[in-house]
Design a protein around this ligand. Sequence first.
Ligand SMILES: [Zn+2]
Length: 961
Amino acid sequence: MSEVLRSLQSAQEHEVLAYWERHKIFERSVNDRPESRPYTFYDGPPFATGLPHYGHIVASVIKDVVPRYWTMKGYRVERRWGWDCHGLPIENIVEKKFDLKSKKDILEYGVGKFNESCEAQVLEYAEDWKTVIRRLGRWVDMDNAYRTMDVPFMESIWWVFRNLWDKGLIYEGYKPMHMCPRCETTLSNFEVAQGYLDVTDITTTVAVELTSGSYAGAKALIWTTTPWTLPGNVLLAVGADMEYCLVESAGEKYVVSKSRVEHVFKDQDHKLVETFIGNKLSESTYDPIFPYFLDHANAFRVVAADFVSDDSGTGIVHIAPAFGEDDMVLGEAENVKPLFHVKMNGQFVPEVADPLEAEGYKVTGVPMKAKGTYSDVDIQIIKWLAHKGKLFAKEKVVHSYPHCWRCDTPLLNYTASSWFVKVSSMNDELVKNNESINWVPDNMKQGRFGKWLEGARDWAISRSRFWGTPLPVWKSEDGHVYVIGSKAELEKLVGHEVKDLHKHVIDNLTFTVDGREYKRIPEVLDCWFESGSMPYSQLHYPFENQAGFAKKFPAEFIAEGQDQTRGWFYTLHVLANSLFGKPAFKNVIVNGTVLAEDGKKMSKRLNNYPDPMMVMEKYGADAVRYYLMSTPVVHAGDIRFAESGVDEVGKKFITILRNCLSFYKLYAEHDDGREPNEKHVLDAWILARLHQTLETETQTLEAYELADSARVLQSFVTDLSTWYVRRSRDRMKTAGEDRAEALATLRTVLGTFSKMLAPFMPFLAEVVYQEINKKPWDGKGESVHLASWPEAAKVNKKSLEAMGEVRAIVSRIMEVRDQAGKAVKQVLGHVTIVTPSGKLSKALLAVILDEVNVKQATVEKGSELTVELDLTLTPELVREGMARELTRRVNGLRKDAGLTIADRIVLKVWSKSDEVQTMFKEHAKDIAADTLASKIDFAPGIDTTKQLEFRVAEQDIWIGF
Ligand SMILES: [Zn+2]
């Protein structure tokens, strides 16, 4: 990181981090708040399988802003980090590391060794995470993180499982599910929903000869997008009342649904011979498409089914009960067992592979669908069909197809045994309990999340894998099930201590109850079941912390990305509803996706985004935090990450606020510590703006609308700098009441604003707070983050309106100056201002005249705001402009010479011009005051050929004019 040029902000952030740690500010900010006022935050556990990316950073900043705010509101906000340790993400890494290509390889390698490798791998990036999270300024207890692989955590998961089992909410079933042939495990429906990609498939129309019934000898046309399922075909389905046709074409007779004839035979001469209803086809038999399972009981018949439609295809449906839900249900109804012609690893069984291979079709060891060999098997099948005269047509089609969310392998729809949570029995309660949750953005409630709840199907929670919390299920030979709810229960049953609950430790534990011997089933739990259990498991509830849990459930607040509506948000909701009949969280912020600047997904390979640590080092973490929090990404919107946007926060917010702070510090020695009053119109106005901003910020933070909250801070800083500070410069130059009042106001504004800034820009807030309180880093360990959230006073609306009018008038006058080409440095004599009220206080008028550099004004009443500027330049005005120009240049020279407001100069001027001499006679006093000159030496005798010349000698400034 050393090559990155740190901004002043970034350099100072490192000092602030050290200060916080030295004085344990985070710990104190939690522990100083009473336990009786908890505000519960749950952290969704990430996997430490890679470095944190911008998605994690967005969520992390949200998870920092909200707790910091509630802490300042006086609540005790404990923040405990969590690590997701189990599941496919880790297993896939270990498989790659040890070149384990299949489940068989893992079994040979040894489950114990494999699990130990997973454990060793789990926290590989934890230290990198700590570095990034610390640098980001996120306060969270990472030293005491919960880990889903710890025995107490796993034990609570068993308690959750057992509880659901006792309530009849868990069952074992045989269901068509999506299966990853590479990982050799079934996936839950929301895991499947995460991985749809467009693929090209070859749709195939196959001619199947009918061997009995009214149309024996004709060929039924069937259509499929999955040719690889054809060897598993056992039935053909037709619609009982749908119309079908016998069609003659090229000397053959075909059967197809009437409405599909023209589509199917679009390229061929054909003749309609007869029309009839589907029932006339049922109970016909047909010649099996592949000759490998000729003895399959009750198979190879045409049957009627109500799901058959003629929307696409041929109106005759190929049925393979092992590979689809309708297929399985129909197979059961027709008493035909599924034909498993494909193994869990996605390859053909030998009964199919061997004869095909013998005929020269390359299918042995080739998975049905895999990355890179997506259609290989389909192509072999189609070739075989063509060779046997059974291929009627083929066509390429692009469609959306599910892929494994971990390894990108195309999934297979596969009927398999799994354990389920009966979610479909609780849809109404899930929907009802969602009503009370505050979703940001609120359309998530009824939309993405609500819709998902309404249609939620049973959740497949078992995985045929290794590194996870084992299902606490033991079975006897005759099918009795024993579900264990705690470690102690297992120890009692097996008669000895059990130190670990992982699969390789408990798989061989057996016990006998009522004369039956029970053995463990092999499956482990879906890792989403584990993260959904974190409210209970992180506290080892109910084995420990019963009282603490009661206070900490449900959470006040959680936050994660949009994909979690089907992941963590969903599993938290399902489990809390099952266990306690209520939601697990009250408020939730859903963040969108951070895309690369080119609009594509951020990709290491494409190198299309800057490293987060580099950006933080360059511009400061505050700039990154504020940039992200002020975009729609905190409102489930997708954004394109632009480094220039972070840079802009640095320039338009951080630097500007720092300049306001420097301005205060320049005069701080004259600040007598008084309370501000609202005597001066500018003071009244900036205090009104401050409280207006505070009011909006507080309201939007309470509503968890972070972008709305962040944006008002920026516009306040702009007003503070471009109007209040700029217009107050002259007030600072002379000692007296007005200066004291201006300083009191600026101190109060910056002090209050530092607290308002604290949740979003914790570093800069700390700097401003320390400097304003004149005890920077004083060793006492004070901090803005230990302060209370400021109370908004009643906003002085009159003052805001009046200054609003003033600024409108100013911009009109500036427009006129602009059009007339009269730069603001040229003083003008008079302006007529027409306003609806016809009134402007003397003080406000003074602000206007000073700003627009006009000497006098008349205010008149009129229907709308207009200005009339007198552009005449009298010699007096020209000389006054000259004086101001001289002042400006001298102050430029002062600055170049590095002089401060404490330094006085002697101004030495020479000029041959009478006009300049007159100008000096008229304006010497003002020039001296404005350039902090103790003396002006006018030396007309010095001859120079140049118009303007100067030199700085010690503290003398010479200027020729
Ligand atoms: Zn996979």
